[in-house]
Design a protein around this ligand. Structure first.
Ligand SMILES: [Fe+2]
Ligand SMILES: [Fe+2]
Length: 195
């Protein structure tokens, strides 16, 4: 059962530190994560909390995001260190420890990898990664397709999401973190073995 008082505390903090749009996005991602957790047999409360807090550091100054990110004891590759849009996920995973005393490694991991994914990705982290892509407020071209994949299979949805993300980054000439490529290989092998 979700601790309503705790969730209320998280929401107050998010309201104070995020724009209205990103606050709504956070609540929507929490809701989408809960539904995916229910569908795929994962802890619903933890999925909701990780979804709610995944972007908690997103609107901090970049210098503060980097400072927090560099405190992380989870691997941060050189490519990530050179990509400011990726800092907020690592920073957020640190912030939830200091700001809210969260020690749940699964929640911390899910926030840390919600933008880049990683190899051997735990189910909770997959759920938050996908919830971020299919939440109600998302309206990119293929969002309906992605929602359908997420209804069918977690692995298939992860594979398609990573395939899209890597193709898009390469088309723009952007760098791709090693952990993203490793995640892609994992899910490519998984989905190949299933067909
Ligand atoms: Fe994010
Ligand atoms: Fe997000």
């Amino acid at each position: 059962m979700l601790d309503k008082k705790l969730i209320g505390k998280y929401k107050v903090y998010l309201k104070e530190n995020l724009s209205k749009k990103r606050y709504n996005h956070s609540v929507n991602v929490a809701g989408a994560a809960l539904i995916l957790a229910r569908r795929y047999g994962c802890d619903e409360d933890r999925a909701y909390i990780a979804g709610l807090l995944h972007d908690c550091a997103k609107e901090f100054e970049i210098s503060r995001q980097l400072e927090l990110a560099l405190q992380s004891d989870l691997d941060v590759c050189e490519i990530e260190k050179k990509a400011p849009p990726l800092y907020h996920a690592i920073a957020g995973s640190e912030l939830v420890k200091t700001q809210f005393g969260i020690t749940d490694k699964g929640i911390i991991h899910a926030i840390r990898y919600h933008t880049v994914a990683c190899k051997d990705m735990p189910k909770l982290s997959q759920i938050v990664y996908l919830a971020d892509l299919i939440s109600e407020d998302r309206d990119y071209k293929d969002v309906k397709k992605m929602r359908k994949f997420a209804e069918q299979s977690l692995e298939k949805a992860m594979f398609e999401a990573l395939r899209f993300s890597i193709l898009d980054s390469a088309a723009k000439g952007n760098t791709i973190p090693v952990c993203t490529l490793e995640a892609y290989n994992d899910f490519a092998l998984m989905t190949k073995n299933n067909t």
